[in-house]
Design a protein around this ligand. Structure first.
Ligand code: NAP
Length: 307
């Protein structure tokens, strides 16, 4: 049997991916979404999203992800849960391979997002899941009434610290500088909370038996080292774009984000980058969704020009 040739394959089932799929199918394109685990991408790690318009009471990231998926499937988008292993995006027919199958399409929307950055400190991989975690919304409850720290100074770190302060006995926020990167509204909430700030400190070692028992901190001003006893450390020091698959094919910036402007067009004809994976100023659910719509529109234009 001949393989189906899709008008569009979307790689990644987050807000960018499912919005691209929704706009694609509603324009009459045949669309397949390939996603790794569950709909929603990184936003499933967010307990409550309060800045996506239309949800005055807020909505859980998981539920918003599912709703976006349902919206696209309702109009006929197909989806499959499988991890893409390799791609060939240079020709007119794009090839996308999972472990079991090869898919073909006339356009590809890359919406693979970004994943948590690691500290790079010795022992991190061994202790991941044994006291080191990367998602407070997912793993916070394992640390109920315990002492934990969040590492980082951005919106995610502050959001995580606030969430954990409602669950844990004691929460520290460890940051390498003496000013947070997080926006004012988060900072205000943090300064009114019970979270204790540990400024000018880097995590330079892990203390452990079979689980994490604490961290070694190094003062970034004086170089002085000290230990902090902890049951858990939530690492929240930014994200790395999930673009390894596209190395050597699509143009990227020095941090590995796919080079594309507001049109979402990459250097490869018929290949579009949407959401957190793209070079952009503001990485939010709403900007990812906007990218998805734009990517579908750009794909449509490309397909119209191609015939
Ligand atoms: P981020 O904004 O890039 O912040 C990363 C934080 O980690 C910074 O404070 C940074 O320190 C620190 N850091 C980076 N590398 C480090 C290292 N090697 N060692 C120690 N500390 C390190 O990342 P994010 O908080 O994950 O947020 C990602 C994006 O999602 C942002 O655009 C953010 O605005 C957005 N976001 C939005 C919301 C919301 O609006 N509701 C919620 C969460 C995330 P420096 O400050 O010193 O650079």
């Amino acid at each position: 049997m001949e393989e189906k040739l899709y008008d569009m394959i979307v790689i990644g089932g987050g807000p960018a991916g499912y919005t691209a799929a929704l706009y694609g199918v509603r324009s009459g394109l045949s669309v397949l979404v390939l996603e790794k685990l569950s709909a929603g991408g990184q936003m499933t790690n967010t307990e409550q999203i309060d800045n996506y318009p239309g949800f005055p009471e807020g909505i859980s990231g998981f539920e918003l992800g599912e709703r976006m998926q349902q919206g696209a499937l309702r109009f006929g988008a197909e989806n499959q849960f499988s991890e893409v292993k390799s791609v060939d995006l240079s020709g007119k027919i794009k090839i996308v391979r999972t472990r079991k199958k090869e898919f073909h399409a006339r356009t590809v929307v890359i919406a693979t997002g970004a994943y948590p950055r690691k500290t790079g400190v010795e022992g991190e991989d061994r202790l991941a899941g044994r006291g080191i975690a990367y998602c407070a919304a997912c793993d916070g409850m394992f640390y109920k009434d315990k002492t934990v720290a969040v590492y980082g100074g951005g919106n995610s770190a502050v959001e995580d610290a606030l969430l954990l302060s409602r669950i844990c006995r004691k929460v520290y926020l460890i940051h390498r500088r003496d000013a947070l990167r997080a926006v004012k509204v988060y900072q205000d909430a943090l300064f009114q909370s019970s979270v204790e700030l540990v400024w000018n400190s880097r995590v330079t070692g892990f203390l452990s038996e079979d689980r994490l028992t604490g961290v070694e901190l190094t003062d970034t001003k004086t170089g002085e080292k000290r230990q902090l006893a902890l049951d858990g450390l939530f690492v929240s020091i930014g994200r790395i774009p999930d673009t390894k698959l596209f190395e050597g094919q699509a143009a990227m910036d020095e941090a590995g984000y796919l080079a594309a402007d507001e049109t979402t067009c990459t250097n490869l004809p018929g290949v579009f980058a949407a959401g957190d994976v793209r070079t952009k100023q503001l990485r939010q659910v709403v900007t990812a969704a906007a990218d998805g719509a734009m990517a579908a529109w750009s794909a449509e234009q490309y397909l119209a020009g191609e015939v």
